[in-house]
Write a protein that binds this ligand. Structure first.
Ligand code: C6P
Length: 415
């Protein structure tokens, strides 16, 4: 590592950040843990773990139901988490923030409610070639139900996507554009504001899959110009089992409920049921109470650090990783677009990605190998799988070095 690279982001104290994440001090196979799989799920700071423990040990009861003290405190904490999400993404109102169990459920919710009500045979949904299965399959289910069509915007070999390609595909039949904010395989940051403008000019709505986007950059849903934005808590340093659907209020008002049950109704008779307004309309049953509180704690944690410095730190890690990996013989980087978040896929000549990941694990290095739930993209790239290193606020330049050293060792073992 060069001295320059090491001093690039002096404002960001990664050593201090690391002390906030207890798991990072453990060893794996007798080696220090080098966790480079945060795109799959991020590790949790102590503040999130403490908030979850506190909720279960001090404040736990069901929400929106009881008239007693504990239920009131639990409800207040759950709704406070909603306000934290609202402020974090700059939503106009609390009623625009719907808790789901994850991004996958949020996209399915939009497809099953907005999609089934407003799309019909002959309408078109525009996706890109880089989408995660969670942003493909719900639209295929919708297509099979209502007879609409899916149009796919191509990806360039370097992983970039041209806005001009959207202009070719979006037309008068387009009703919805459903795209990733950031690709989970390539790290490409899509020019979502320009794409949103194109969608709106054609009279279409746009949903952004923000799973990877919100982790690496500040998200302001109003500035992005989108109609729907979804993400999962567990990639944002929060717990599993919680996600967010943000949608503009008038869209949520126009959408029918997703599931029926407790909490989502206004009144029920055997003859007829009326719905509660959003967000309750979309939160049937006992919600993921403690998970939402944990997500709120993750947002508090992120608000307590310098996020611009964190983003610069991640970018430094990415650039250093790209340069270092490229020096390994037989290495091919997958995803080298100019606008990238800290996710790097690669393939190494003669070594299957799964074998590589298994050998790296013996050195304590955790990376993901496989199709990354993006099989159509793998086919376009002409590979069955890649190995992927993804970086978070707690990773270090030394960990990039550890990855490179482990890869060189893996070459000796596998080739
Ligand atoms: N990607 C990865 O390793 P859920 O499972 O609902 O939390 O998130 C689904 C999802 C949707 N969109 C994108 C862009 C994603 O990256 C993911 C999750 C993980 O890349 C697990 S497959």
């Amino acid at each position: 590592m060069t001295a320059l690279a090491k001093t690039k982001t002096p404002a960001f104290d990664v050593a201090k950040i690391r002390t906030d994440f207890p798991i990072l001090s453990r060893t794996v196979h007798g080696k220090p843990l080098v966790y480079l799989d945060s795109a799959a799920s991020a590790q949790k700071p102590q503040a999130v773990i403490d908030a979850i423990t506190r909720a279960y040990t001090q404040d736990y009861a069901n929400v929106h139901r009881g008239a007693y003290y504990l239920s009131e405190t639990s409800t207040a904490a759950y709704e406070a988490a909603r306000e934290k999400v609202r402020a974090f993404i700059n939503a106009k109102s609390l009623s625009e923030v719907v808790f789901t169990k994850g991004a996958t459920e949020a996209i399915n919710l939009v497809a099953a409610t907005y999609g089934r009500k407003f799309l019909k045979a002959g309408d078109e949904i525009v996706l890109t070639a880089v989408e995660h299965h969670s942003n493909i399959v719900p639209w295929q289910l919708l297509r099979d139900a209502v007879g609409c069509e899916l149009k796919i915007v191509p990806v360039n070999l370097d992983g970039s996507i041209d806005v001009a390609e959207f202009a070719k595909v979006i037309g008068p039949r387009t009703k919805l554009v459903a795209i990733a904010h950031v690709s989970n395989v390539l790290g490409t940051v899509l020019p979502v504001r320009e794409i949103a403008d194109l969608a709106h000019a054609a009279g279409a709505k746009i949903i952004l899959d923000g799973c990877q986007g919100i982790v690496h950059q500040h998200v302001d849903v109003q500035a992005l110009g989108c109609d729907f934005y979804v993400f999962s808590g567990h990639k944002l340093y929060g717990p599993t089992g919680i996600g967010v659907l943000w949608a503009r209020a008038e869209l949520l008002d126009a959408m029918p409920p997703y599931q029926g049950g407790g909490d989502m109704i206004d009144s029920v008779t055997f003859a007829k049921t009326t719905w509660a307004p959003a967000p309750a309309k979309f939160e049937a049953g006992t919600p993921p109470i403690v998970q939402a509180i944990g997500l709120g704690a993750a947002i508090d944690y992120l608000n307590s650090i310098d996020r611009a410095a964190a983003a610069a730190h991640e970018d430094t890690l990415l650039r250093y990783a790209m340069t270092s990996l490229a020096q390994i013989p037989g290495m091919k980087l997958i995803g080298t677009a100019r606008h990238k978040a800290a996710v790097q896929s690669f393939v190494m000549e003669g070594a299957h990605p799964h074998d590589l990941a298994t050998v790296l694990d013996r050195s304590g290095v955790c990376v993901r190998a496989g199709h990354h739930c993006a099989q159509p993209l793998m086919e376009i790239l002409g590979v069955s799988a890649t190995t992927r290193a993804s970086f978070a606020i707690y990773n270090t330049m030394d960990e990039v070095d550890a990855l490179v050293t482990a890869l060189r060792r893996a070459q000796e073992v596998l080739l």
